[in-house]
Design a binder for this molecule. Structure first.
Ligand code: MG
Ligand code: ZN
Length: 542
């Protein structure tokens, strides 16, 4: 926004040199916007990332909206579907440089920079060099910029747009780079990386205990205020904030979609609560829309991925609905505008999720009145699933993982309490044996299965191999508990990590700029298109 700040960043200088010397970037498949006089280049770009939102997750959400009695969409049309129908839809691969399966840091880096990146880095290329992101380039061009996420601002997806670090886990450093980025609107969780060591509740104005993970006395909230930001810790703070705002609404990750939905459906006028994803999206648009040069905004629905890592279909569907509530805000803000491109995609698919037909409870034969039945009953050989399963998935009240928190430690009580909680959360009766089986996969985090050729790894042990694809203990217990439920209802999961599955890419906006990605593409090329749409200097090549 301020030209004086251009030269605070050496890489921006590099970018200008590169631009001026007309170095020719490799842009084999990136769309080339038409340069006719009547085409007005879009001023604004909104990139919406559903973390872990592959075609399977979209399929579950759309099937529920379309087929289930519990669908909240009276016309059965989700905001996602309406946007897809208005724009173009393509598929995008997202493989990292030198590997097959991507993580969120690498994937978001490839989107943010238009360059190949190795796994788990933020804002670096394959050589390990810092690379200009689309947010940084947009800011250098005078545009307002913003990041919104329902995880935490230092997490991989938002981090990739403002940070340059060799590993995504360096969240205290990422927090410093978030503040130094100068982005106008930064809304998420993650206060523990911003609060000075030993800070108490008063640091957040009483909103929550930040539980600092810093080992130094730096107070990044104070530094942000000195740089002209309002720092907000709850919805009241956000509503009263100025044009430049750093919102840190929770100690670590923000609330899951069940909490968000309760606020949206019941209305909660308490000023001290967290804002919903829809509210953060609205607040960001209202602050960015006034910039005469336009803006770049990235919004992340980040917990679809977390639910899928836990193999928790009920939580995942809730997160998809939260995702759509934020799209509703963007969609109505964009109505009638011709100056904005919206790209909706995912960084990857998580879980290898599916609804699958099986041989359990195959429906009995029925007579059909039609004239093509040749005297035969209608009798498919398998159970192809029922819409009531979608209602059951939607009816889940909390995440499966939340049932594990604060369980008694003594074994029989622990098992009984888990069975009771799972039954209450899901509305399906869990037996003590099923709860015991879920708890049988506790432990083992200290040595990852097979990571070393240590005594844990026995390739003949199927359960151990299953665990190798579920490296977090909490996700593992959740996945095993979910399995007891899912095996009975035609829900399957291939993994507790990510898959290579190409993800849908929806692009809505002025025709000449939005078209051209209704193809089979790759996130590196999508990243290059983001620069091209905004007329920003092409990204630097490695
Ligand atoms: Mg993410
Ligand atoms: Zn993930």
């Amino acid at each position: 926004m301020k030209t004086a700040q251009w030269f605070r960043f050496p890489f921006v200088l590099l970018l200008i040199v590169c631009w001026a010397s007309a170095c020719a970037p490799v842009r084999a498949e990136a769309p080339q916007p038409a340069r006719t006089a009547e085409v007005k280049r879009p001023r604004n770009l909104i990139l919406f990332i559903g973390d872990g939102m592959g075609p399977q997750q979209i399929g579950l959400f759309e099937l529920w909206a379309r087929e289930a009695a519990s669908s909240k969409y009276a016309d059965r049309i989700t905001n996602y579907r309406a946007l897809a129908n208005r724009g173009w839809m393509g598929l995008s691969l997202h493989s990292p440089a030198g590997a097959l399966v991507v993580d969120s840091a690498c994937s978001a880096t490839q989107l943010a920079t238009g360059q190949p990146a190795p796994p788990e880095v933020l804002g670096l290329n394959t050589r390990g060099d810092r690379v200009v992101t689309v947010l940084e380039a947009a800011r250098a061009a005078g545009k307002a910029t913003g990041l919104v996420s329902d995880t935490r601002i230092t997490h991989a997806t938002p981090g990739a747009f403002v940070a340059h670090v060799p590993h995504r886990s360096m969240e205290t450093v990422i927090a410093e780079q978030v503040v130094a980025s100068g982005a106008d609107v930064l809304l998420s969780g993650g206060a523990q990386f911003f609060a000075p060591k030993g800070a108490d509740r008063s640091w957040s104005g009483g909103a929550y205990d930040p539980g600092s993970k810093r080992s130094d006395g730096r107070d990044l909230a104070a530094e942000a205020r000195a740089a002209g930001y309002t720092v907000a810790f709850d919805i009241a703070g956000l509503e009263g904030a100025g044009p430049r705002v750093l919102g840190l609404f929770s100690k670590s990750g923000m609330s899951d979609a069940f909490g968000d939905r309760r606020v949206r459906e019941t209305g909660d006028t308490t000023g001290s609560r967290e804002p919903t994803l829809a509210e953060m999206t609205h607040a960001a648009l209202k602050r960015l829309e006034g910039d005469p040069d336009g803006f770049f905004l990235m919004v992340e629905a980040g917990q679809i991925d977390w639910a899928a890592h836990a193999n928790d279909a009920g939580w995942m569907l809730a997160e998809m609905e939260r995702m759509d509530s934020a799209l509703a805000v963007i969609s109505s803000w964009m109505a009638g505008r011709e100056d904005t491109v919206l790209a909706v995609t995912a960084d990857h698919e998580t879980g290898g999720f599916g609804l699958s037909y099986h041989t359990l409870e195959v429906p009995a034969a029925v007579e059909l009145p039609g004239n093509g039945m040749m005297g035969q009953p209608f009798h498919p050989g398998y159970n192809f699933g029922r819409s009531t399963t979608l209602d059951q998935i939607w009816a889940q009240k909390r995440s499966i993982g939340s049932a594990i928190d604060g369980l008694p430690t003594a074994k029989p009580e622990r098992t009984a309490a888990l069975a009771e909680r799972l039954s209450s959360i899901t509305g399906v009766n869990f037996s003590a044996a099923e709860a015991a089986r879920a708890l049988s996969v506790e432990g083992g985090d200290s040595e990852r299965v097979g990571a070393t050729k240590g005594p844990l790894f026995d390739p003949a042990d199927i359960d151990q191999l299953w665990q190798a694809y579920r490296p977090s203990e909490r996700d593992r217990v959740s996945a095993m508990a979910s399995r007891a439920l899912d095996d009975r209802r035609g829900v399957v999961w291939a993994t507790g990590t990510h898959t290579h599955t190409p993800v849908p890419l929806v692009v809505v906006g002025p025709t000449d700029f939005a078209a051209g990605l209704g193809h089979l593409t790759h996130h590196v090329l999508v990243g290059q298109a983001l620069f091209a749409w905004l007329g920003l200097p092409a990204p630097l090549q490695p």
